[in-house]
Structure formats: C-alpha cells, structure tokens
Design a protein around this ligand. Structure first.
Ligand SMILES: Nc1nc2c(c(=O)[nH]1)N[C@H]1C(S)=C(S)[C@@H](COP(=O)(O)OP(=O)(O)OC[C@H]3O[C@@H](n4cnc5c(=O)[nH]c(N)nc54)[C@H](O)[C@@H]3O)O[C@H]1N2
Ligand SMILES: Nc1nc2c(c(=O)[nH]1)N[C@H]1C(S)=C(S)[C@@H](COP(=O)(O)OP(=O)(O)OC[C@H]3O[C@@H](n4cnc5c(=O)[nH]c(N)nc54)[C@H](O)[C@@H]3O)O[C@H]1N2
Ligand code: SF4
Ligand SMILES: [Mo]
Length: 873
C-alpha cells in the first residue's frame, strides 16, 4: 500500500536504479517500489525490499573521531585541512589523494573532483568504479570517442535475442532480470544466451549457456565477428557512413590462431548455434558486466563485443546494441563528473582544450596537468610513502581491493588517513586517523545515474542522526580551509547540480555526449527521472548512435582490432585451481548495511567456496568441510559447498565477508593486483590458489545479544544477523578441555548454566543476564553442528518455563539445515539434499510436493536444480 506521505527516492544498491517510495515509520522506514519510476515500474528485489531493516542507527558513526577520541567538527576539519595543506606545501600537490566511490551522489562527487583537479592541482582522485566500470569506460571511449551507453532498458523488452556476458543478472540486477523474464514470457520466441564459466541462476534460465574458459571472451567474440563477416551480415551502408577503416581491416581484427571453440573450451556445436542465432537476429542486445570488465583484458573484451554490433549496424535502434550493466547506484554519475583519475569533468579528458575550458569555467587556480594515479597504483603509492594524506569516502578498500593485505599495510603506514563513512567499524575505518560521520541513504539528498543514463533523485526521508553530515558539505569545508571559499560556497546540492549541468553544456554544441544543460534551471526538488543527454528539449534521450553521430573527431566509430590473451595469473602445481569471485544474491559488497538484516543473512549465512564435486573428491573434501584457500598473496578459511555448476578446476568465492563478519574470509587478500593495461581495472575474476581441508576438533554455534568479533587467531568464526541477536558459527582445530573456562574467557562473567557429554564431544551452555537469555553456546563434534535457526526461537519466542530447557535437545538435535535455499518457506540446503536422496525425489516438482521449496517466488529453482544434480550425478 502506498502511503500518502511517501517520499520518492532511489534505491542505494545496484545500478538498475529502482524508484522507491519511502515512508518514515515508528521503527524506521517502510518502503515500496515506485510504480511511476521507469527503471522498475513498482518492482523491488529482496535487497530493496529489506531497506527498512538496514536504516537503524546500530553501528553508525555519529560524531567525528580523531585518533580514537570524539572531537567536534571544527577540530576534525581543521586537522584534515592541516594535514592536506602541510603535505602539499612540503611534497607538492601529488602527495595527497582522494579515493572515492560510486556510492557517492553526483553532487558529492562533483565537488570532490573540482577541489582535487582544479584547486589542489593534482588528479589523484580515483574511485572504486575503477574496480567496477573502468574497462567499459575505456572500451566505449575507444569505440565511440566518448563514454556513451548507447541503449536503454526498453531494448530488453524489444530484443529477439539477449546475450548476457559475464553477468549474473538474476542475482545482481534482479529487477532488470525479472523484466527480461517477463518479456520472454510474453514472447516465447525471444532467446536468452548466457556466457559465464559458471552455471549461475542466470545461466539456468537461458536457452543456451556457454560455460567458456575464464578469460576467453575475446576469442569467442572475435570468432563471432569472423562468422558474421563470412555469413554476409556486415551492414556496409552503416560501416561506410559511420565507421572508420575498411571492412577487410576489420575482419582482420577477428583473426585468432585456431578455432574459437578450442580457445574457449566449448562444444563447437553450441558455439555455432550461438553464432547462427546472432547472425540471424537483427534485434540483438549484448549485456556485459563484471565477467567482462574485471579482467586484465577487460577493455579488449568490451571492444570485441562492440565490434560485432558495429559490423552489423545493430546499435542505438530499438531492441539492439551493446549495454553495460553498471554495478553501483551512481557508477554512471561518477563517470559524468570525472571521478576517475584519467577523466576531467563532464566527460572531458586531459587534452589541452578541455583543461583550458574546465579551468576557465571553474576559475581554477591550479588545473591538474595530467591524469592521476588509478586505484591499484594509488594504493601502491600509499604503501611506498608517496601519498602523505589520503581521504577515503564511501568505500571499503581494505576489503574490496585486490592484494588486500598490501592495502592494509599501506593504510597502516600512511602518515594521515581520513575516512568518511556512515558506519563506525569497518576494516578501513579501523585503519584511519580521522573518522568523519557521513549521512547515508534515506538521509542524504542529491542525484544518481543508472545504467541507462537515467538521472534520478535520492531524497531525505529520515532526520539527520547525531552530527553526521553529507559528503559534499565536508569537502566544501575542507576547500574553504584550503583557501577556496568562494568557489565552494554552495547552499546545497541543488546549487552543485546546477553548476554541474552548466559545465556539461559549456562550449559544447553537441561535440560532447554528456550534456544536461537543460536541467541547469529546473526546480531540483521536482526533478523527475530523465535520461541524458538532456539538451534544449528537456525530455531526455533514450538511445544514441542509431544514425551514427559518434564522438571521435571525424564523427565515426572505430572497430578495434583485439587479440585474445589469457588471464595474468598463472596456474601451477602449487596453485592449481582458478579462483573466480563475485556476488551472492542477498548481500551488498562488504556487508556494512545488508549484514544488519536477518532476512538477508539466511541465504548465505557464512563465507563459502563453491567447488566442483570432482575436485573435492580428489582433495578428499566433503560438502560443508572447512578449507584453507591459499594464494601467493594471502589465505582464507571458508566452508565448501559442492557445486556442479562450477567447471572442474575452478572455484568461486563471494567477495562480501570482512573482519567484522568472519575470522579469515577477505577474498581480496587472495587476489593479485594485475590490471588491464588500458583501464587499470584489476582482474578480480581470476586468481591462482590451492585448497586444503582443515581437520576440525569441534564445531559450535553461539547465539548472543552482542556481536563477538575479537576471537583468537586459532578460532574459525563467522557471524550473521538474527532477530535481536547474532548467530556465530565457530570451529577449532584444537580440542578444548575446559569449556566452562573457555566460556568465561570469551563471553564474560555472568550466570552460566551448562551441560556436557564428553563421549560425543557435546557441550551446551547458556548465560543469563538480568533474567534474560544473553548467550547460548552449543558445541558438537565436527559435522554435527546444530541448526541455529531452531535456537533462534529462544531469543525471539517466550522464555522457557524452566531454565534447564534452554539446554535441552528437543527439536535441536538435528544437524544444521545449512543455508536457506528457499527463502519463502525457509527450507535449508541439507534438508533438501536429505530429502532428494532419502525420498528419491527426481524433479523440481517432486521437491515442491515433498517440502514446498521452490513453490512460491521460484527464485531458488536454479539452486534446487543444482542440488538435484549433486545428489544424483
Ligand atoms: N546481490 C548483489 N547485487 C549487486 C551487488 C552486490 O554486491 N550484491 N553489487 C553491484 C555491483 S557494484 C556490481 S559491479 C554488479 C556486478 O554484477 P555481475 O557482474 O553480474 O556480478 P559478479 O558476480 O561480480 O560477476 C558476474 C559473473 O562473471 C562471471 N565471470 C567470471 N570470469 C568470467 C569470464 O572470464 N568471462 C565471462 N563471460 N564471465 C566471467 C562470474 O562467474 C560471475 O557469475 O552487481 C551489482 N549488484
Ligand atoms: N574479490 C572481489 N573484489 C571486488 C569485486 C569482486 O567482484 N570481487 N567487485 C568490485 C566492485 S565491482 C566494487 S563496486 C567494489 C565495492 O567495494 P566497496 O566500495 O569497498 O564496498 P561497499 O561495502 O559498498 O563500501 C561502501 C562503504 O561506504 C559506506 N557508505 C554507505 N553510504 C555512504 C555515504 O553516503 N557516504 C559515505 N561517506 N559512506 C557511505 C558503507 O558503510 C561502506 O563502508 O568491490 C570491488 N571488489
Ligand atoms: S534491483 Fe537493484 S536498484 Fe532495484 S531494488 Fe534491487 S538492489 Fe535496488
Ligand atoms: Mo561494482
């Protein structure tokens, strides 16, 4: 139900950019999809729907903190300014840096970029979008002469063939994926092809899944280019009118040694089927995401895809074109203001004309002369002591950058690190000298741009908590203290947006793609979602390049000759397995917000490693075993999930866990910081690792009112949110002789009840504080860990009549059900596997009848399919 006083805003998670109706409520916020927003027409995915559960103030950073002590804003900002100005005075402008984020609003981003590149005089501002979208940016620029996304979401409705490359949209862009599925239901002749080494939930839904060898996308699309050329699909009119170079030279671009099926390790028949479909289908959209971008050949992959669309002239018309799905809510806005170290502002670069133009517009005293350091290089410079003062905003690089151990060292050694975040305790804030409390979603005010170039407003719904402030405000206060008061005297985000809009139109005349000049004078409060460019006609632009009009000097697009290259990390006998990394369905990045919601924790409550059963058998690893994953750079301890959707020889781990939620599960520590030579984007999708089982002496679950995160190194732990409590999963390699003493040491004094049965390695203890259950520990032999879900009721339900019942086994003796696969009916992995083998279930329908799993929303059906495959190979 839509409340009368609902406020229209935009979801802070993925780049779909769904419109949200938010209503303040007694216990926070209720949310609903905005039926009028063109990105989602009222739909929300589970993360969006759970937004109300994540806005509580628990764990928030609410005051500035300097060296661990609360200070007032003046003290904090004076110190920030002192550190920056001293470093600049002593070591020059390039000794300071900002590391920012696609989760900033456009207005925050604009002033950060303006301050660094126009007034401090360095281009050392880079963003986590470097890890996310920079290969797409570089690929677009090479092909189109500008970072332009040609198409829009409606193309997904109109296409006859949709190809998803390196995109797990079912989990990562769920509302767009549902839109695509709805279109397929309407027009069953529409085809979906998924190109991904893993059989993801997305791949499971496809008409054809090409489980290619990791990193071989260029070979696949070069093969397609040749096929299209040979099949007479080249659009010669489009090529001669709108592209540079001869068709023969372009065909050369597709030359690879050997057949593509071999390079991609694919069945030649499957590959030809895809090539034939592509050749025969004019209305084809190719969507790409991190399986393409996060690669040492990311830019080449992007161009290999775009080449096929240019050759066939399938671009910028309804139902066709290359379409990059962006990750963060404002990945696009950051690109528009020049948040990347190698961009200036409003999609301009570092050429002399652009520098001069932006400098005049800003009346900038110190325009940066050349591009700054890209994220990976920036942190190397920090580690080498070349950056003396660093300000990190809205990102958690201690977790999300590759070679995270080195990043942590860099932060520990840096002379001055400031972090603005909405959360107090993250792996990055732990390493900062100065913490600046930021407003976050539902409090902050500004604009974001989604994957289809659509600018939408985020609006405040909740009051400002504590002394938190918007990021743009902090940046302007620093600017003031550095002597630039006048240029940063904004009254609010609407002033900043108006300036940003004017700059986009300044001396533009259609020469630059990014132009929102028509929005400079609008009523910011009323700004409705609109797609740029927004030139004189303020209605926006759905598609570009249908009639050419590319942004290279000659107005023509480029097909770029690219060659297949393997990933940079090499497998070896010591590091025989390829590590792929990415996302789970219900967590967002480093979990600082989604980690708070019990509803989101159940699907994947602990850090896991997906492994093919054949690899596991070879290494003597069972489903649910704890393993050590080791690379040349670091290690992690994870729980194995046997998974036949993996290719043998390849493992997958989600990127989300960090020191707040697990002992040793930061996946970034395992990855080398190899980057794409053009974009600087790190290869987060390919590492070289070994995996060994860790023999355990005991396993336990601990439920407690307070989160416990300071475990000794020899305890393997993770933590998940429960209703009013925290669920810890613990394990150890050493036998514990005296559990009662262990409890006192780790969980504190109090009224303890306990029960032990040494023969079977069982120990149970409950701690009572003020007549209330405070903590509950259930220890068991390895593999016999009880199901925390059945214990959670003791925290949420009525208190048992007799205390000793807390420790009773009734209803609790069963093993852990494992992660919840069917969220609607709360059915766990183990329950399903047991039923498949025990009751001989052979199909999704059988599982539905026996357990109800998969019978409601159906989003777990791909996972059920996998479990069927596992149980009956
Ligand atoms: N639930 C959830 N959704 C999110 C996010 C989140 O944290 N959680 N984050 C958002 C952000 S910022 C981003 S960037 C997007 C990312 O969205 P996606 O890119 O869809 O997600 P990933 O899981 O990172 O990776 C996608 C797929 O790339 C595949 N892949 C790996 N190597 C290769 C390869 O060599 N070739 C090909 N073709 N594929 C390969 C992986 O197996 C994986 O399934 O998601 C956004 N949405
Ligand atoms: N191994 C591996 N690593 C990856 C990836 C991968 O696929 N595999 N993907 C990469 C990609 S695509 C991305 S986008 C990155 C994401 O990685 P990060 O950006 O590091 O992840 P987040 O957890 O989103 O961090 C955002 C931080 O900003 C805080 N925050 C939220 N709102 C605000 C605000 O309004 N203001 C301020 N100042 N702070 C705020 C949050 O509390 C959180 O600490 O991870 C990258 N790292
Ligand atoms: S699809 Fe993305 S933008 Fe839409 S509700 Fe889900 S997380 Fe938010
Ligand atoms: Mo991302």
């Amino acid at each position: 139900m839509v409340m009368a006083d609902a406020i229209r805003t935009t979801c802070p998670y993925c780049g779909v950019g769904c419109g949200v109706l938010a209503t303040p409520a007694a216990d926070g916020l209720t949310v609903a999809g905005d039926p009028t927003h063109p990105a989602n027409f009222g739909r929300l995915c589970v993360k969006g729907a759970a937004l109300g559960e994540t806005v509580g103030l628990e764990g928030r950073l609410l005051h500035p903190i300097l060296h661990g002590r609360r200070v007032d804003w003046n003290t904090a900002l004076d110190r920030l300014a002192d550190e920056f100005s001293q470093a600049i005075a002593r070591h020059g402008a390039d000794s300071v840096a900002f590391y920012v984020s696609g989760q900033l609003l456009t207005e925050d981003y604009y002033v950060a970029n303006k301050l660094m590149k126009g007034f401090i005089g360095s281009a050392n501002i880079d963003t986590n979008s470097r890890l996310c979208m920079s290969s797409s940016v570089a690929g677009h620029q090479r092909a189109f002469g500008a970072d332009t996304v040609p198409g829009c979401y409606a193309d997904l409705d109109e296409a006859d063939l949709v190809v998803l490359v390196g995109s797990n949209a079912a989990w990562c862009h769920p509302v767009l994926f549902q839109r695509l599925q709805a279109a397929r239901a309407q027009r069953p002749e529409m085809r979906l092809v998924v190109i991904d080494p893993r059989r993801t939930a997305t791949a499971e839904a496809a008409d054809l899944h090409l489980a290619l060898k990791p990193g071989s996308d260029v070979a696949l699309f070069n093969g397609l280019l040749r096929h299209l050329s040979a099949a007479g699909c080249a659009d010669h009119d489009f090529l001669s009118a709108h592209c540079a170079g001869s068709v023969e030279a372009l065909a050369e671009a597709g030359l690879e040694p050997g057949p593509p099926a071999e390079a991609c390790d694919l069945d030649p028949g499957d590959l030809v089927r895809f090539y034939d479909w592509f050749a025969a289908t004019e209305k084809t959209v190719t969507v790409f995401s991190q399986g393409v971008n996060q690669s040492s050949a990311g830019t080449d992959k992007v161009n290999a895809i775009i080449n096929c669309h240019l050759l066939t002239g399938r671009i910028g018309r309804p139902g066709m074109g290359p379409l990059s799905f962006t990750g963060q809510p404002n990945a696009m806005g950051g690109r528009e203001v020049g948040g990347l170290a190698n961009q200036l502002a409003a999609h301009m670069g570092f050429d002399e004309t652009s520098r001069d133009r932006v400098g005049r517009f800003w009346r900038a005293p110190a325009m940066a002369l050349r591009p700054g350091l890209k994220a990976v290089d920036l942190f190397r410079a920090v580690e080498q002591g070349r950056i003396k003062a660093l300000w990190i905003m809205a990102t958690n690089p201690a977790v999300s950058l590759p070679d995270a151990n080195l990043v942590r060292q860099a932060l520990d050694h840096c002379a001055f690190v400031a972090v603005s975040d909405c959360m107090a305790d993250t792996d990055t804030t732990r390493r900062a000298h100065l913490l600046l409390p930021a407003l976050t979603w539902a409090e902050k005010d500004g604009t974001v741009t989604n994957s289809e170039r659509r600018i939408s407003r985020q609006r405040p719904v909740l009051p400002v908590p504590g002394e938190a402030r918007p990021d743009w405000w902090m940046i302007c206060r620093l600017a003031e203290r550095l002597g630039f008061r006048e240029a940063f005297a904004y009254g609010g985000p609407s002033d900043i947006f108006a300036e940003h809009a004017r700059l986009s139109a300044f001396e533009n005349d259609g020469a630059r793609d990014f132009d929102i000049g028509a929005l400079a004078g609008i009523d910011y409060d009323l700004l409705a979602p609109v797609q740029w460019p927004v030139r004189a006609d303020a209605s926006g632009t759905g598609r570009l390049f249908g009639q050419g009009g590319f942004f290279h000097g000659d107005g023509r697009a480029r097909l770029v000759a690219v060659r297949n290259r393997p990933p940079a990390s090499e497998l070896s006998p010591a590091r025989p397995l390829a590590l792929n990394t990415g996302r789970t369905r219900d967590q967002w990045h480093t979990m600082t917000r989604t980690g708070k919601a019990p509803r989101l924790a159940a699907h994947a409550p602990e850090p896991w490693l997906a492994m093919h059963p054949a690899d596991a058998a070879r290494l003597d690893i069972d489903d649910g075993a704890t393993v050590r994953v080791e690379s040349d750079y670091g290690r992690a301890l994870l729980r194995v999930t046997l998974d036949s959707t993996q290719r043998a020889g390849e493992v997958f781990a989600p990127m989300h866990w960090n020191d707040q939620f697990a002992g040793q599960a930061v996946i970034g520590k395992l990855l080398a910081s190899n980057t794409d030579p053009l974009s600087g984007q790190p290869e987060l999708k390919f590492g070289a690792v070994r995996v060994d089982p860790v023999p355990l002496a005991w396993e336990a679950v601990l439920l407690s009112r307070r989160p416990v995160t300071d475990w000794p190194a020899d305890i393997i732990w993770s933590r998940a949110a429960g209703e009013g409590h925290h669920i810890h999963r613990l394990a150890g390699v050493k036998r514990i002789e005296n559990w009662a003493a262990w409890c006192l040491r780790h969980l504190g004094e109090g009224v303890w009840l306990d029960y032990q049965d040494r023969r079977i390695g069982l120990y149970r203890a409950a701690k009572i504080d003020d007549e209330r259950l405070d903590a509950l520990l259930f220890v068991a032999a390895p593999g016999r860990r009880p199901d925390p879900a059945s214990l959670s009721a003791l925290f949420t339900g009525p208190a048992p009549r007799r205390r000793i019942e807390l420790l009773a086994g009734g209803g609790i003796a069963g093993d852990d059900r494992g992660p919840i696969i069917c969220a609607c009916h709360q059915i766990g992995r183990k329950t399903i596997l047991d039923a498949i083998t025990g009751q001989g279930l052979g199909s999704i329908a059988d599982i539905g009848t026996a357990l109800r799993a998969g019978t409601n929303c159906g989003s777990c059906v791909p996972e059920l399919q996998n479990l069927l495959g596992l149980a009956r190979p």
